[in-house]
Write a protein that binds this ligand. Structure first.
Ligand code: GRF
Length: 195
């Protein structure tokens, strides 16, 4: 069983997909806790599954480093084998990344290295891209720059809005996340930063 802590900032539909997958006893993953940087609706999914939650907001700390130190201590209290950033919208300081990587992965709604950052869907549309997708990668000290574990593509439809496209990306994103975390648990994907 792979024990996972999930960090979120928003609606938590990727988290929900992971939690739903754990309903199957053959899915080799257990969500140990769910954390967020702000109160958000996604935490309700964890509560529904009886999983501990925590909110650690940067506003309550004097510096990003102090915030991240408390976040790290809290994550580590659950002794995860893997920490998953699933729509966690804060950039984590290097100390946090160094402490957990490569057992720290992120899901991002673009085909990295294209369109990193907070507006991956908007930026793909603005660039006139004809396809985009999702990337799951190990978190390193850059923004969306770490070694890729898996990608899935989809065609951008004519006149599609950012919201419509993001919703379609999230459908394949949830499937890919569930499958990548399973592959990590079953050692088909090795968390190795040397690639
Ligand atoms: C996902 O597309 C994630 O990649 C992006 O924000 C979205 C979060 O969705 N950074 P949700 O909170 O899992 O519904």
């Amino acid at each position: 069983m792979l024990g996972v802590v999930v960090l979120i900032s928003g609606s938590g539909s990727n988290l929900r997909a992971l939690l739903d997958a754990t309903n199957n006893p053959l899915y080799p993953v257990r969500v140990l806790a769910v954390g967020a940087d702000q109160a958000c609706s996604g935490l309700e999914h964890a509560e529904l599954f009886g999983i501990p939650t925590f909110v650690i907001s940067p506003e309550n700390f004097g510096s990003r480093e102090a915030w991240a130190e408390t976040l790290l201590e809290t994550v580590n209290r659950f002794r995860p084998d893997l920490t998953v950033l699933a729509g966690f919208m804060k950039i984590l300081p290097h100390g946090f990344v160094r402490a957990l990587s490569p057992k720290l992965i992120n899901t991002h709604p673009s085909l990295l290295p294209l369109f990193p950052g907070a507006h991956g869907v908007r930026d793909a549309l603005a660039a006139g891209a004809t396809e985009t997708g999702v990337t799951i990668h190990i978190v390193d000290e850059g923004v969306d720059t770490g070694p890729k574990l898996a990608q899935a593509k989809l065609a951008i439809l004519p006149d599609e809005t950012e919201h419509e496209l993001h919703e379609r990306i999230k459908v394949i994103e949830r499937q890919l996340l569930v499958s990548v975390v399973k592959d990590i648990a079953e050692h088909r994907i090795k968390l190795d930063t040397s690639k």
